[in-house]
Design a protein around this ligand. Sequence first.
Ligand code: ADP
Length: 397
Amino acid sequence: MNILVINCGSSSLKFQLIDSGSEQCVAKGLCERIGIDGSQIVYTPAGGEKEIHVTPMPDHTEAIRLVLEALTNDRTGVVKSLKEIGAVGHRVVHGGEKFARSVVIDDEVLEAIEACNDLAPLHNPANLIGINACRKLMPGTPMVAVFDTAFHQTMPREAYMYGLPVEYYEKYRIRRYGFHGTSHSYVSKRAAEVLGVPCESLKTIVCHLGNGASVSAVKNGKCVDTSMGLTPLEGLIMGTRSGDIDPAILEFLAHKENRSIDEIMGILNKKSGVLGLSNNLSSDFRDLEDGYHRGDAYAVCAMKTFAYRVAKYIGAYTAAMNGVDLICFTAGVGENSPLVRTMVCEYLGYLGIALDQEANEKRGQDILISTPDSRTRVMVIPTNEELAIARETVGLV
Ligand code: ADP
């Protein structure tokens, strides 16, 4: 069965058509600048050339119409008609406490997702627009919602409660939710599969290090803690997000710089992280690594601070699970930066970790990068959120 996977943002939409039998991607692409001048669709059929069409997309319905047209047309299409698309899997960022697993979408589910909009005001409304546009253009095709938060719903109360008056949890459901759940779930399971051991027998720490970054503790296949919180701002230092800071800094900065709360939140989300630490050199680790090798003091500080924070979370989650068997690196930085992995693992001598430097230099494969005598194993597992969404979708339809 062909599964269309949709990841819909406010002005962009990523898609992949996956054959669930072979688990191969049949075609993929991206619509950019939806609702803005200069919108374009980038489309790549498997084994074919990438095509870019600049064409007006006043809304998401038009973007999805163009995606379906590209997938079915005589020239570049990979299926003859929409009947060959068996189901659609939608990435939904926030499922609140309501969704601990993926669900088939109906009117009631849509209402429940809408009820979570407050918790992810930038993401959930866009996800809903994508779902509604698909339902309009593909009536009768089953749709599934796969939530970024769902995998983390197994966290115990002591891991998800904040030290705030409990009434705010009871009134507003303010608590830790965590994100990147599809990736943490996929990587922890895939690592166990590669090692040939059941994931139910492992204590795993997954470091998803991309533009957005989070760590999770997965004990016996279930998430017991994760670094992102009510929103994706908490935890690690990220590309442009601050991660953990003293909450009193908000008030201090607001007074000193005469800024509103919205402006402060803008600084924490968009101007902080390694971008801010590197004195605006870059949020991209490729640039930061260049700076690090040149000896740029800001780039060195950004990378060291980033790696230190990851190592601290690994220490915390080792305590949370009373030990760790396996540490996995994934996502853009985790998969592609031997330097970051080395910098993190340098803190982990107490776990008996020794990296196999040759394996650590390899890219694009599931690979053990610790030596055979390393007491704790370390792996790189390229994440595949689209495949994970397609699997969930097939499982439900
Ligand atoms: P997201 O999905 O959160 O946007 P990704 O997981 O795609 O992020 O990661 C993107 C980041 O990966 C880039 O910003 C860049 O810092 C990093 N990255 C990609 N390739 C490399 C590389 N070869 N070396 C170091 N970092 C890389």
